[in-house]
Design a protein around this ligand. Sequence first.
Ligand SMILES: [Cu+2]
Length: 128
Amino acid sequence: MHTHRWLLTTFGAGLLATLLMSGMAQAGSENDQGSSADNDNVVEIEMISNRFEPEELEVSVGTTVRWVNVERRSNHDIYFPEEDIASGRLFPEESWERTFDEEGTYEYYCQPHQDRGMVGVIRVVADE
Ligand SMILES: [Cu+2]
């Protein structure tokens, strides 16, 4: 009885620690100015079939965008040439986030597949 409960607690804590650590590993370092305290404001973009889905996205200021690689094997990255911000390679099931704290148009692409049209744009508009 007691042993069983202890095991559950230990496993739970280990799982939590793993989740926390993987979350930290994924958080970008260059783009953390705004630090996304409000995590409810997250919009996802999938990387699938060498495309960003959706390719065009409009969000309000303060939104965190999360790119998720849902491919079976291909890896991709996210690169913002104007700011020289890069995610690094994302393998299947990996993700990367960026919080947008300023209005503007943010064009990006996948460096390995830019010439195949793997491009996207985020439009960040005022929060009303
Ligand atoms: Cu790609």
